[in-house]
Design a protein around this ligand. Structure first.
Ligand code: SF4
Length: 287
């Protein structure tokens, strides 16, 4: 049986655990007597979403679906939402519980305050990610998203304006530094606030350390989870034998039967029981 090196940082991060616990506590409190919705899937893990449905917690796909909500409670997930969506909830008189991760909430406040002072905002992150869309929605003025160095090289807006730069919490530190470097070289007057979450940084660093010393590396998490995708990218750089595993069965044991060491890490929305199941699956290489 190969030696397994499990990352200490694998699995739920503080913000995701807080959001899941909030939802479960609400379900417990109301015992099915009132509808509970989450604005978007609470976490990127289909199995957990199905378990939440069994507890009476249903995801709304977008803010547009709020039109169909006439009663019940809406949970804002850890990614957060734009100010417009919060205003809409208030305007419609819908009861809501804000489970935005405090680290994301801090970025909302920075963007709101800095833009109110007349500074333009650059968010370094994935423009399609709901966290980034939510962050942009707190700006009182011009805001742009830069996803990589290619975008940064082409970027030519905000010339002569003071600019505040923030990051998507799960962005890769190295890529963030490279984009900032380009903006500085272009002569922008920037105030950089590194808002990458320390949990993400630690998880990525540990994944890199483990991946660089094992024969095979498993990254456990949902294929739609942005932080899991980034973990895969990092691990694959240091270990060419890296596998993306959503459920244990995704891993063909024949691919790892002859290796001596296997590293395991997992994204922030991966529950412990799936990580445990993956470890047990790997132990079957002996059979
Ligand atoms: S990764 Fe960090 S910022 Fe994002 S939800 Fe988790 S703890 Fe919060």
């Amino acid at each position: 049986m190969p030696e397994i090196l499990l990352a200490k940082s694998a699995g739920y991060c503080f913000g995701v655990r807080r959001a899941v616990d909030t939802a479960l506590e609400l379900a417990q409190k109301h015992q099915g007597k009132c509808s509970i919705y989450t604005l978007g899937p609470l976490i990127h893990n289909q199995r957990v979403i199905e378990q939440l449905k069994e507890q009476g917690i249903f995801p709304l796909e977008s803010a547009k679906e709020l039109d169909s909500v006439s009663e019940g409670i809406v949970i804002i997930r850890s990614h957060g939402v734009s100010k417009k969506v919060v205003d809409l909830l208030v305007q419609k008189g819908i009861e809501y519980v804000d489970a935005t991760c405090p680290f994301v909430d801090r970025i909302h406040r920075i963007v709101s305050d800095e833009s109110a002072k007349g500074r333009s905002i650059i968010v370094i992150g994935d423009p399609k990610h709901p966290e980034v869309q939510g962050i942009c929605g707190w700006s009182n003025g011009p805001v742009k998203v830069l996803s990589d160095t290619i975008n940064a090289e082409k970027f030519d807006d905000f010339r002569g304006c003071p600019v505040t730069v923030v990051a998507q919490t799960t962005f890769r530190q190295k890529k963030f530094n490279e984009v900032v470097e380009i903006l500085i070289k272009k002569g922008y007057d920037i105030h950089v606030l590194n808002t990458i979450c320390s949990a993400t940084e630690e998880r990525q660093k540990e994944a890199e350390e483990i991946a660089s010393k094992v024969d095979a590396m498993l990254v456990v998490g949902d294929v739609h989870s942005s932080n899991t995708q980034k973990l895969f990218e990092i691990c694959n750089t240091y270990c060419s034998n890296t596998f993306y595993v959503q459920v244990p069965e995704d891993l063909d044991l024949n691919r790892v039967r002859s290796v001596r060491t296997i590293g395991i890490t997992a994204g922030a929305s991966t529950p412990n029981n799936i990580i445990e199941e993956v470890q047990n699956h790997v132990r079957r290489t002996d059979v």
